[in-house]
Each structure stands twice: as C-alpha cells, then as structure tokens.
Ligand binder design. Structure first.
Ligand code: SF4
Ligand code: SF4
Length: 100
C-alpha cells in the first residue's frame, strides 16, 4: 500500500503545488470538481524548508497553504492551474490509455 505524504512538499500524482508560491487563497480548492486540495497550516519545520521568497510570503500572507490531499482523484482537467493567480500549480496531462 502506498502511504501518501501529508507534507505540502510532497509530489503526489499528476498535480503539484509549489509551496513557495502558494499564498493559501483557497481558490484551487473551490474550483476543483474532485476535492483534490485541502488548505493546511504549515508547521514550523516546513516553514524552514521554504525559499526566502516563500518565507516572505508566509510573513505577509500567513501560514496557510494548499496541499494535494487526494491526488488519486485528480482527472487532470487543468482548472486549478489556469485559475491560480500565483502560478503555483502544475498539472501533468494524464497519459491516454492505449486502445486495443
Ligand atoms: S489558487 Fe494557487 S495561491 Fe491560491 S491556494 Fe491554490 S495554489 Fe495556493
Ligand atoms: S486538474 Fe482538475 S481535478 Fe485535478 S486538481 Fe486541478 S481542478 Fe482538480
């Protein structure tokens, strides 16, 4: 069984959120039709892993970040990537299933 990391730094499935860019606005969680995202408060340990601009963003915008909590549900529709005003989200296109 695969154990999914609960870290905002985790690379889970076809959608990625860059925690250095995310400002925790929550728009991705609102637009996602599949409930992939959760807004979380980052720990002090994770805050230390952020880049300098990422740490500055925490000071200005707060400790909330979007986390890919349910990557298995993502259908790679791309809505979140288009919507994110911080360009923090990247969605890999799912590989089409080959037909017999
Ligand atoms: S829309 Fe972008 S900036 Fe807003 S919470 Fe989602 S990833 Fe973060
Ligand atoms: S690509 Fe679509 S389904 Fe996947 S996380 Fe973004 S909005 Fe949700």
């Amino acid at each position: 069984m695969t154990v999914m990391s609960r870290s905002v730094f985790a690379a889970n499935g076809p959608v990625r959120v860059n925690p250095n860019s995310c400002d925790g606005c929550g728009s991705c969680a609102e637009v996602c039709p599949m409930g992939v995202f959760e807004l979380v408060t980052i720990s002090e340990e994770e805050r230390k892993k952020l880049s300098f601009p990422g740490k500055l963003k925490v000071r200005i915008k707060g400790n909330t970040k979007s986390m890919v909590a349910h990557p298995e549900a993502c259908i790679a529709c791309g809505k979140c990537e288009t919507l994110c005003h911080e360009r923090a989200i990247k969605v890999e296109k799912k590989t089409p299933v080959a037909r017999a």
